[in-house]
Design a protein around this ligand. Structure first.
Ligand code: PLP
Length: 342
């Protein structure tokens, strides 16, 4: 089966399975799990942060950041396509008890001008802004430049506000920007990043920041039911994700670019070529808006044992990852040439 619905589908590598089987474990709620402790130190070190805390998922890490930074009833500012607001099931209102306020953020970029229109101080009628959230790489396939991140940082500093980065794919962003992930992380006060997705660990994310922030997040993680006991079994795979898998992301990006170029040659396919910065290719094929055509397309891929998602808002999204090599890419392109015919 070739699965290009997302990079979240990546199964663990053989090295991860071995490390998981052999992991040295303890009770992490007591702080006794050596493998979790090692992962948390390694993750913080790679991002240039003082500390990090292991959490079950990216959504958990993002929501834990909001819960840790924000007083209930305050307001979080973020781009209108941010994962935190579009794909986290309204969690910010349930867990942190905050109000979210979006600004237009084409390609994931929040400008100082747009931010300043939304930031506000507490008064009798208005909630205070308590946090600004960024996303890099963006789940629409873009990376945000360091200069654009600087603009947000500067505005946040003027307003004495913290910045949280949803860095689910921070290492994809680092590879695409040809920079160290530390340079991206330095523009934010807290960073969530995923060990699953393109890095192939089966479970887990880290939330990084200062020692004080992480101490408070650890307490809030317990409140959220995220105190996991012998979690070293999972952390062992996370360590391999960080030590062995990061270097492969650039190959996924190269294959996505190759895929985008080939798809663009198919008549009727319009690739969103502005957004092929990482491992995702977004494209439209207008006939697929007809349910019969959509079903025909899905069937062609299914018959060839290729799993794709149906178009969302008129856009197909194909995602490359560690388990998509050159042979798989050729099979996907062959199926595409059969499926996308006018
Ligand atoms: C940008 C971004 N942030 C957060 C998440 C949430 O991660 P999880 O699925 O582990 O909750 C995702 C998931 O795909 C994502 O793309």
């Amino acid at each position: 089966m070739i699965d290009i619905r997302s990079d979240t589908v990546t199964g663990p590598t053989p090295a991860m399975r071995k490390a998981m089987a052999e992991a040295d474990v303890g009770d992490d709620v007591y702080g006794d799990d050596p493998t979790v402790n090692k992962l948390e130190e390694l993750g913080a070190d790679i991002l240039g942060k003082e500390a990090s805390v292991f959490v079950p998922s990216g959504t958990f890490g993002n929501q834990l950041a909001l819960f840790t930074w924000c007083r209930r009833g305050t307001e979080v500012i973020l781009g209108e396509e941010a994962h935190i607001i579009v794909h986290e099931a309204g969690a910010a209102s349930v867990i942190a008890g905050v109000q979210t306020r979006t600004i237009p953020a084409p390609d994931g970029v929040l400008t100082a001008a747009a931010l300043k229109q939304r930031l506000r101080k507490q008064d009798l009628h208005a909630p205070a802004t308590s946090l600004i959230c960024l996303e890099n790489a963006h789940s629409m396939g873009n990376v945000v430049s360091l200069a654009a991140m600087d603009e947000v940082r500067k505005t946040a500093d003027q307003w004495k506000l913290p910045v949280h980065l949803d860095g689910a794919r921070i290492f994809n962003a680092a590879a695409a920007l040809n920079t160290d992930a530390k340079n991206i992380a330095a523009r934010a006060d807290s960073v969530m990043f995923c060990l699953s997705k393109g890095l192939c660990a089966p479970v887990g994310s880290l939330l990084a920041g200062t020692k004080d922030f992480v101490k408070e997040a650890r307490l809030k993680r317990k409140i959220m039911g995220g105190g996991m006991r012998q979690a070293g079994i999972l952390a062992a795979a996370g360590i391999i994700a960080l030590t062995e898998q990061r270097s492969h992301l650039a190959e996924d990006h190269a294959r996505a670019k190759k895929m985008a170029a080939s798809l663009a040659h198919i008549k009727g396919v319009a690739v969103n070529s502005n957004a092929v910065d990482i491992n995702m290719v977004f494209f439209s094929f207008p006939p697929a808006s007809d349910p019969k055509q959509e079903a025909r397309i899905m069937e062609i891929f299914a018959k060839r044992n290729i799993l794709i998602n149906p178009p969302d808002g008129g856009l197909f999204r194909f995602v490359t990852h560690y388990w998509i090599g050159d042979t798989e890419l050729e099979a996907i392109l062959d199926a595409s040439r059969e499926a996308f015919v006018l």
